[in-house]
Write a protein that binds this ligand. Structure first.
Ligand code: FAD
Ligand code: FES
Ligand code: FES
Length: 1362
């Protein structure tokens, strides 16, 4: 293996000098930072540029100009060799515990913008980079006014875009955007959401942590001096190019000229298999290396490749110019150039665009069939490229270049030239349809069109003289021109029949290759794009009564005009444009001082620590001596004997130390990887038979995590299916084979009433309704991880990112065949769980335990995102058939439902799901309710609990049925909902004791507050009027009520007071971002308040410490939404015991001195009196009050783009009954975060699997969780407190899971919008249609009608003829 040879890479990390001596040249900056420096802020979230968790600021110094340039970058893709002489700033570098936090970190904390915190350092760096960029003095802008004191020059819009490439699975983004916007000079501070800086109405910049631009030094002087001394001639002052890092034994080559590059190509060591040519290496995010490379040639130092020449003829851009730089250059130019800039700014994300090069992109498009936007756009703009092959330099049109066979590794793209079209009479337009408007998502189809037109005297319109139509990303090898369509259009004046014919020709030309997803949808997108463009050139397509604009941007067709040619849109605007609306929000809640500091909206404990990157997650624990690393080898066959595992001969397989498999389980141990108490186990290893694709077969052990990952990719598994039955993969298969998990009677939900009788009372019946829901992946930002350290006497300590340390301990003990007291499982914090770090976390913990036990060395594992996605499973997919009876007035009389869920290979929590599904479905009074819910055992990865498991499906199914009923009756859906909400009597029939006291039933009031309000009526009328005036955009509004039953479980807690008065608290629950520690701290301070005059002062004395399965036994589960309140209650009981013990001492001190003793005096006295200062409680719920119901409702209003299927959530209003909130800021965060996670489930997260049942959308490229640009443009939340109920913990209620159900309001609103589109275009059965989950862009477009454009044009043509 080569190393960075020749000159050693030197870099500054947060101001400190580091040398990357002897490192492997394939090492990324992230790996270097995390393994060679103390820095832990940058995290590995995806390793493919798609999440931003690894974002850092890179600064470069130019000794010639004495200038520093800074930009954010994804450190997971940046190779360490390419940051020689750079300065890297991480979140710890801008602020930390020792030196004080940076205002970005303080504001993220104060705006409640960090939950699990795993994304927060990356967010912090994206915001910080945006501030640095905005506030950097710009040449020529000396006279510009400075930003007002305390603010940055950043605008609100830039603030929103700053984090557009960063994923967060917890918060729902709104508070992050607020924190970011608080720096923007154009913000109205009063518009920002709940924060700990001011109360509503008292916003003031002076109350915010002070910001002053430039306070962080991003490039240290020592490095400047080093650079100067090596590049500046000390006598003449001339600056020479920096010395290349090269060398015989080294692996990083940095040629300074094309000639040097060619001599490298021609040298003996050059081998196309092991040498990699890199510009910025972001392509590695797309095409992941299958094997290690030992030699790299970095072409960024070649001057010819970095040219930037602007002339009257056009712009020449060197191949290594970054996309960000190209945007800058194009923005400042002709309309065609600005359109290009606009399109490029939707490519990837800010931190990718800052480094990714234009040349790298075009080479990927040419050689690797990458679905490039840049190739399409530059193709239509008539660009040419200059390439250098071994023998010659060539200038080709981009089209010729793309059409050539894939170029070889020795072909270098030098530059691209884009002509200046300003002197011609041209119209240029670009479009892309992708799941995210701001970028960070590759498009389904992109297009760019350029037309030269002239006035047509005959028609009075425009005559197309010449036209170039480029389409890309639709499943072809590269961007292509639709030449037949171009030929047809040349010389034509545009009219409806002409467009129709052009579209017919286009449909022949656009042909996605086999295996492309959603082929028909892609073709229809191409049609939409062409239609929009041509309509803008036509003169007579306006219909006065049907007005709408087709704004530019994601998922939207574009229109426009250039050079003074008037645009003729197909329609006019009927309402405000919905794209790019700034995010607005409102929060309303009741604060109570009754139990203070419980009830205060305190900032999350440790949020600043999380923002600075100092918070320690499992993978941040320094590696112990001799630590080894593991990676899973998983089966890709759903049912086969494993005959053997071999490795391809490769650089990576040379790194394998050993492979751990089932045979390494110690005698007395069992092959068990997880176990759900009373329900069943799942094996750790597929041995001797693999029972599903994705099952663990063995663990590759290597010396670094990267070697383990790479080696695992080289594994070749030999399978045999001899004598095995075919796998059962689907619900239908399972039903056919009677393959089920059975629900024990005590967990089974009860049928209600007599279905047949109910049906006989019905005026109407629907007998065969169907609906389908797919799976959802957790997408916690921290993938599964554990570190096992063997200890003396057959003991082992496992640091695990788990929600269930107690169960993990039990499973490890069972697997190793040792007693539980030999196993210590420690969990400090979890970087997002959502249920996925329960059963699935056990497997990883067990795997490292087995390996460490066998090898007698510490072993750690941090799953790469793909493996995590393949192994983790997720939500249960379901198929439902229903029969429902109802009266003409909408009253329901009976429902029967047959539901099949795909549970996967092991029971996990599946037997518990029926009661959750039915629990949420029962929100309506169905009259009689009967059901048959089958948990199907199949050969796919086991599905587990994911936030609101079962409930979210049950609640949605109820809505699908209600909508079906309403559309059958032609009735208003909300009226049908309202009619069938329970009264207290029916609530008791359906929910039994969980119904609680009548005054706690708040659902009807909540629903009325939203759905019966004058505002709702006005908005519904506005939606109708919008739809009447707009053809291509349709809106829908819907209000959905929810119920969610939760269960209180026994939970332990322990409070220990130290001699100095500081307090350590332990609870059974784990901090997974839900704010458990914050509430527990508040409760401890409240519980001890009788002992301390200044109860709130106690808050700072409390530290909640990590979960430890040997210290706090019977910890149970963190899940089901009630862990915070039950942990709090256990802490309160512990405090009560301490108060009882300490009160006599307090009273006696008070009697002696006449005043209440200080806290420290009291504790000193108690210590001297040998009072036991630790109290432990195991709280158990009152058997008469184990379950209670949560209520809420949401109104969502959406706009659907009929041409692309894109949905914009214009506004969501959530009302949630939180009881007397223990911490309203935390609960608000839970409500918003859950809602947005639900939006992902209902709209965009496509869990596609292959024919073997293995997930294929297995990374950030294909699996699209919500981002800042897909959340509601306006998100209003009201937390209400229905009624005091002392039976609940301080009258509080749960908030973690129930609000996720509210997201179905978005799906329901989408249905209304689609219904409007179907009415407009007379699609068959306009009112009643099945709309499954998720309703992705493709689904929406299909439901609106893939051929709406053709239908429309046909009707126009027919009208013209008539
Ligand atoms: C998260 C993410 C999202 C993205 N989204 C989009 C998107 O929406 N639309 C889009 O169009 N693109 C998108 N991209 C692709 C991105 O534009 C490319 O990754 C980038 O431009 C490649 O540039 P690079 O300098 O990093 O190339 P590298 O990764 O360094 O190189 C890529 C390939 O090109 C070769 N190469 C590089 N430069 C040259 C040259 N001058 N001559 C010959 N060979 C060369 C390399 O050997 C390698 O094979 C995305 C990328 C990421 C990581
Ligand atoms: S880890 Fe680098 S972008 Fe996700
Ligand atoms: S706080 Fe953003 S991922 Fe958890």
């Amino acid at each position: 293996m080569g190393s960075l040879g020749g000159e050693t890479v030197v870099l500054a990390v947060n101001g400190a000098r580091h040398e990357a001596a002897g490192v492997d040249p394939s090492m990324t900056l992230l790996e270097f930072l995390r393994t060679r420096t103390p820095v832990r802020g940058p995290k590995l979230g995806c390793g493919e540029g798609g999440c931003g968790a690894c974002a850092v600021l890179i600064s470069k110094y130019d000794p010639a100009t004495d200038e520093v340039t800074e930009f954010s970058a994804s450190s997971c893709l940046t190779l360490v060799g390419s940051v020689n002489r750079c300065s890297v700033t991480t979140s710890e570098g801008i602020g930390n515990t020792r030196d004080g936090y940076h205002p970005v970190q303080q504001r993220l904390s104060g705006f409640h913008a960090s939950q699990c915190g795993f994304c927060t350092p990356g967010m912090c760096m994206s915001i910080f980079s945006a501030l640095v960029k905005a506030d950097k003095p710009k040449p020529g802008a000396e006279g510009e006014p400075a930003a007002p004191p305390g603010f940055s020059k950043l605008t609100s819009c830039e603030a929103e875009h700053a984090v557009s490439g960063n994923l967060c699975r917890c918060t729902g983004y709104r508070p992050i955007v607020d924190a970011c916007k608080s720096f923007a000079a154009d913000v109205d501070l009063e518009d920002l959401g709940l924060n700990s800086f001011w109360k509503k109405g008292c916003a003031d910049v002076g109350k915010l942590p002070e910001y002053s631009a430039g306070s962080v030094c991003t490039f240290p002087e020592f490095l400047k001096s080093e650079i100067k001394s090596s590049t500046v001639d000390q006598n003449t002052g001339d600056v020479s190019a920096p010395a290349a890092i090269a060398g015989d034994g080294g692996g990083w080559y940095h040629p300074k000229s094309i000639e040097e590059l060619h001599s490298l190509f021609e040298s003996n060591w050059f081998d196309t298999n092991s040498v990699k040519i890199v510009a910025s290496n972001t392509g590695a995010g797309v095409y992941k290396d299958q094997d290690l490379h030992d030699k790299y040639i970095d072409i960024k130092g070649i001057p010819e490749l970095s040219v930037l020449n602007r002339s009257s003829k056009g712009v020449e851009i060197g191949a290594t110019v970054s996309i960000a730089k190209a945007i800058e250059v194009f923005s400042d130019g002709t309309p065609v150039f600005s359109k290009i800039a606009d399109h490029l700014s939707k490519v990837a994300s800010p931190f990718v665009r800052n480094t990714a090069t234009i040349g790298g992109n075009l080479i990927m498009a040419q050689r690797l069939e990458f679905a490039s936007d840049i190739a399409t756009v530059l193709l239509a703009a008539g660009s040419t490229v200059t390439i250098q092959t071994a023998s010659k330099m060539q200038c080709l049109t981009l089209e010729e270049f793309l059409e050539q066979p894939p170029c070889d590794v020795r072909t270098i793209l030098l530059s691209v030239f884009v002509p200046d079209w300003s002197s011609d009479n041209v119209t240029f337009e670009t479009s892309r349809a992708a799941p995210r408007p701001f970028g960070n998502a590759v498009s389904y189809v992109n297009s760019a069109f350029l037309a030269r037109t002239s006035g047509d005297a005959a028609s009075g319109g425009l005559l197309i003289e010449d036209i170039c139509l480029a389409f890309g990303a639709y499943g072809v090898d590269h961007a292509r021109r639709a030449q037949k369509v171009e030929e047809f259009l040349k010389g034509k004046s545009v009219s409806a029949p002409v467009i129709l014919e052009a579209i017919r020709l286009l449909k022949d030309a656009i042909s996605p290759s086999k295996g492309t997803t959603h082929p028909e949808y892609r073709v229809s997108l191409a049609v939409s794009f062409l239609f929009s463009f041509l309509s803008s050139l036509a003169n007579n397509l306006n219909e006065p009564s049907k007005d709408s604009s087709i704004p530019n941007g994601n998922g939207s067709c574009a229109n426009g005009k250039m050079n003074g040619i008037a645009k003729n849109l197909p329609e006019k605007q009927a309402d405000v444009a919905s794209d790019n609306l700034p995010i607005r929000s409102r929060q309303a809640m009741v604060f109570s001082d009754e139990y203070k500091p419980v009830g205060k909206p305190l900032a999350k404990a440790g949020a600043e620590l999380q923002a600075s990157g100092e918070a320690v997650y499992v993978d941040d624990i320094p590696a112990p001596k001799d630590c080894l690393y593991g990676a899973f080898i998983y089966s890709t066959h759903p049912h086969a004997h494993i005959k053997g595992v071999n490795f391809k001969s490769s650089l990576a397989s040379e790194k394998v130390i050993t492979v751990i498999s089932a045979k390494d389980i110690p005698s007395g141990g069992e092959n068990v990887g997880s176990s759900f108490p009373m329900l069943g186990d799942e094996a750790l290893f597929g041995d001797p038979i693999s029972e599903f694709a994705g099952q663990n077969i063995g663990i590759v052990i290597a010396e670094t995590q990267k070697y383990a990952y790479m080696a695992a990719k080289q594994a070749v598994i030999e399978y045999s299916t001899e004598n095995l039955k075919p796998p059962i993969l689907t619900i239908e298969d399972a039903i056919q084979h009677n393959s089920y998990f059975h629900t024990p009677p005590f967990l089974a939900p009860k049928q209600i009433g007599d279905f047949d009788k109910g049906m006989s009372e019905a005026d109407h019946k629907i007998l065969s309704g169907e609906v389908k829901l797919e799976s959802q992946y957790y997408f916690y930002m921290e993938t599964q991880t554990a570190l096992a350290i063997p200890d003396e006497d057959n003991c082992i300590t496992v640091y695990s990112s788990t929600q269930i340390p107690e169960v993990t301990q039990n499973v490890i003990a069972k697997c190793l065949g040792i007693p539980c007291h030999n196993v210590r499982v420690i969990t400090r914090r979890v970087g997002g769980g959502f249920g996925g770090k329960a059963m699935k976390g056990c497997h990883v913990a067990c795997a490292v335990a087995v390996a460490a036990f066998k090898l007698r060395r510490p072993v750690r594992m941090y799953l790469d995102r793909k493996t995590d996605m393949i192994m983790a499973g997720g939500r249960h997919p379901m198929k439902v058939k229903y029969s429902v009876g109802f009266k003409s007035d909408g009253t329901l009389t009976a429902l029967h439902m047959d539901l099949g869920m795909n549970a996967g290979i092991s029971p996990d929590v599946s037997p518990m799901l029926p009661s959750a599904i039915i629990g949420a479905l029962k929100k309506y009074n169905w009259g009689a309710l009967s059901f048959d819910v089958k948990a199907c055992k199949t050969n796919v990865s086991s599905k587990s609990a994911m936030r609101s498991p079962g409930d979210v499906q049950g609640s949605f199914i109820a809505e699908a049925i209600i909508e079906h009923v309403a559309s059958t009756l032609g009735a208003d859906t909300n009226a049908v909902r309202k009619k069938n909400l329970h009264d207290i009597d029916s609530l008791k029939v359906f929910y039994g004791d969980a119904a609680g006291d009548p005054q706690t039933y708040s659902l009807v009031d909540i629903f009325d507050k939203l759905a019966a309000s004058p505002e709702y009526k006005q908005r519904a009328a506005a939606v109708e009027s919008f739809n009447g005036g707009s053809r291509w955009k349709k809106r829908g509004i819907s209000c959905v009520p929810i119920t969610y039953e939760v269960r209180l479980r026994p939970t332990p807690g322990k409070v220990s007071i130290m001699n100095d008065g500081s307090i350590a608290v332990e609870v059974g629950g784990v901090e997974i971002g839900q704010g458990l520690w914050t509430k527990v701290k508040q409760m401890a301070a409240f519980g001890l308040r009788p002992l301390c005059a200044d109860g709130e002062g106690l808050l700072d004395k409390v530290r909640v410490i990590q979960a430890d399965s040997l210290s706090m036994v019977q910890g149970g589960f963190t899940g089901g939404s009630t862990t915070s309140e039950t942990s709090c209650e256990a802490v309160r009981q512990s405090c009560a015991e301490l108060v009882e013990r300490l009160m006599p001492i307090k009273e006696s001190l008070e009697a002696t001195s006449g005043t209440a003793p200080s806290w420290s005096a009291l504790i000193t006295q108690a210590t001297m009196a040998s009072v036991n200062l630790a109290a432990h409680a195991y709280w158990k719920p009152d058997p008469a009050f184990v379950n209670y119901i949560n209520y809420g409702a949401a109104v969502s209003e959406v706009e659907v783009d009929v041409l692309t299927g894109a949905t914009t959530i214009l506004r969501s209003d959530l009302v949630y009954d939180c009881g007397q909130s223990l911490n309203p800021a935390v609960d608000l965060g839970q409500v918003e975060g859950a809602f947005v996670q639900g939006v992902g489930f209902f709209t965009n997260e496509e869990y596609a699997t292959n024919a073997d049942g293995m997930v294929i959308n297995d990374g950030t490229w294909t699996y699209k969780i919500p981002t800042v640009d897909t959340i509601p443009k306006q998100l209003n939340v009201e937390l209400i407190n229905s009624a005091r109920d002392k039976k609940r913990v301080l009258s509080s209620k749960a908030s973690g899971e129930p609000p996720l159900l509210l997201a179905s309001s978005v799906h329901c609103a989408m249905r209304e919008a689609i219904r409007a589109a179907r009415k407009e275009f007379a699609v068959d059965s306009p009112l009643t249609f099945q709309m499954d989950v998720p309703a992705t862009m493709a689904t929406v477009k299909e439901l609106c009608g893939l051929d709406v454009v053709e239908r429309h044009l046909e009707s126009l043509s027919a009208a013209a003829k008539a």
